[in-house]
Design a protein around this ligand. Structure first.
Ligand code: NAI
Ligand code: MG
Length: 483
């Protein structure tokens, strides 16, 4: 059955004004599962106007008592829990991620609402000392109408991180979900309005980047854009936002180093290094796709990683035994296959997993886990973000050498370090120019802690208190007390 999705603007569910629709595909089979509105500037404009009214007129949302705002978010967390299996299945079907990983994502979505629901009553200002003749009061206020433009790798989670923080801060919101995976994002307004959110506070408009995303960024009525996606589109958004001096938060890509020292717990380091680039089909902004291995254990580690890659079970994302699904789209599959072809020229293919054999999946966008070995840091497959299950392994000898190589990349999102030597771990962690460092682990992004990139991996932070700050303005009220 092909589902007919609709935009959510100021409460009701609507078509695009020109009636345009695009197809949403199950990447495991290539079959069309839904159609969604191909929204254009006039649709986006109406969503912005709704968010503007909900912010400005009577200050519906920013004027709602903090405890009521918080309660709505806490109720939303409960509704996500109640609907979690349905949402996880929808996410796996739409994005191609294995159902077990989709369940973890949805649990995080619920916690996002719980966490920021708690924050709604705890946003506070300051009273800096300015002498006896005056009183300075610093208050935090919502930045206004916020727009979220989000990608397909963690469709509902990427949206929920932005929406939960923004609503807790008192902003109203327009969300433009990814064109590849709009299904779960369109569940958000249902969940929040059941939880008591007034209409117009959260609006969702589906469509493509250039036609539905760009007008959001250009609009003088939008105060802030929070974007997650490619570096290239991040640059376009920043340029466009300059015209209206909008606030921007950018969560972009990465080519994160994963450093395995010879003194690491070998089994944990091998398993973690593989998971860091094979989980979610490698479609992770912080994927540990540049794997540096100390020469003393290089051959053994490579053999163990190759063994891991061959054991990955590609298959139907909805089957429990599947550990890797298809890539999200034909375009992404083609892009990753182009990088694999480049890798074949530049480096040595050390391992490649098996494609699924099930004939039902013959039209799916599967790419087996692939390991390239004996690479150097200057190769294309070591420099550019591939965003697929492709690992590039590079040997090293010295600590200083690996720090220099790890930092020699335009991105700076995350890094993982595997060692039993705590001093070495901390020293290297401090020397890396990245936003997140994992020591003896990989890919943890707890809702309570800040997340974001150094260098060309982005600007600003999401999650934690920092994620809330990005949706707040600071106002200083100065009261003269002197005669
Ligand atoms: P993209 O950056 O084009 O898309 C992300 C979002 O931006 C989507 O909602 C899209 O509709 C929107 N968008 C695209 N062009 C826009 C524009 N001109 N103005 C406003 N919004 C626009 O990413 P895409 O094409 O899906 O993937 C390409 C590559 O980007 C991937 O292979 C990967 O390397 C990287 N990527 C990184 C992600 C991350 O989490 N950092 C997530 C998705 C992709
Ligand atoms: Mg794109």
């Amino acid at each position: 059955m092909v589902e007919t999705l609709r935009n959510h603007i100021d409460g009701p569910w609507e078509e695009a004004a020109d009636g345009g629709r695009f197809e949403v595909v199950n990447p495991a089979t290539g079959e069309v599962i839904a159609t969604a509105p191909d929204s254009k500037a006039p649709d986006v404009e109406r969503a912005i106007d709704a968010a503007r009214r909900a912010f400005d007129e009577g200050m519906w949302w920013p004027g709602t008592p903090e405890r009521e705002r918080g309660r709505i978010l806490l109720r939303a967390a409960e509704i996500v829990h109640r609907e979690s299996e349905r949402l996880a299945r929808m996410e796996a079907l739409d994005s191609g991620k294995p159902i077990a990983e989709a369940r973890d994502d949805i649990a995080e979505v619920a916690y996002c609402f719980e966490y920021y629901g708690g924050w709604a009553t705890k946003i506070r200002g300051d009273v800096p000392p300015v002498g006896p003749e005056a009183l300075s009061i610093v208050v935090k206020e919502p930045v206004g109408v916020a727009a979220g433009i989000t990608p397909w790798n963690y469709p509902l989670l990427q949206a929920a991180q932005k929406v939960a923080a923004a609503l807790a801060a008192g902003c109203t919101f327009v969300l433009k979900p990814p064109e590849q995976t709009p299904l779960t994002c369109l569940e958000l307004p249902k969940i929040l309005e059941e939880a008591g959110l007034p209409p117009g506070v959260l609006n969702v408009v589906t469509g493509f980047g250039e036609t539905a995303g760009a007008p959001l960024v250009a609009s003088p009525k939008v105060d802030k854009v929070s974007f997650t996606g490619s570096k290239e589109v991040g640059q376009i958004i920043m340029r466009s936002a300059a015209d209206t001096l909008k606030r921007v938060t950018l969560e972009l890509g990465g080519k994160s180093p994963n450093i395995v020292f010879a003194d690491a717990d070998f089994a944990a380091a091998v398993e973690g290094s593989c998971n860091g680039v094979f989980w979610n089909q490698g479609e992770i902004c912080s994927a540990g796709s540049r794997v540096f291995v100390e020469r003393r254990i290089y051959d053994d580690a490579l053999a163990a990683m190759a063994e891991h890659a061959r054991k990955v079970r590609l298959g139907d994302p909805l089957e429990e035994a599947t550990t890797m699904g298809p890539l999200v789209s034909r375009e992404q599959r083609d892009r990753v296959e182009r990088y694999i072809a480049i890798g074949m020229e530049e480096a040595r293919l050390a391992a490649q997993g098996e494609r699924p054999t099930d004939p039902r999946l013959s039209g799916g966008y599967f790419v087996p886990p692939t390991i390239f070995a004996d690479a150097t840091n200057d190769l294309t497959i070591a420099r550019e973000e591939i965003f697929g299950p492709v690992m590039t392994v590079i040997p090293f000898t010295e600590v200083e050498e690996v720090v220099r190589l790890a930092n020699d990349n335009e991105y700076g999102l995350a890094a993982a370090i595997w060692t039993r030597d705590i001093t070495k771990a901390i020293t290297v962690a401090r020397a890396l120019r990245v936003g997140t460092v994992w020591i003896n682990g990989t890919q943890a992004a707890p809702v309570e802690a800040p997340w974001g990139g150094y260098k060309r991996s982005g600007i600003g932070r999401e999650l934690g208190e920092a994620g809330l700050e990005d949706f707040l303005e600071t106002k200083h009220v100065y009261v003269e007390l002197g005669g």
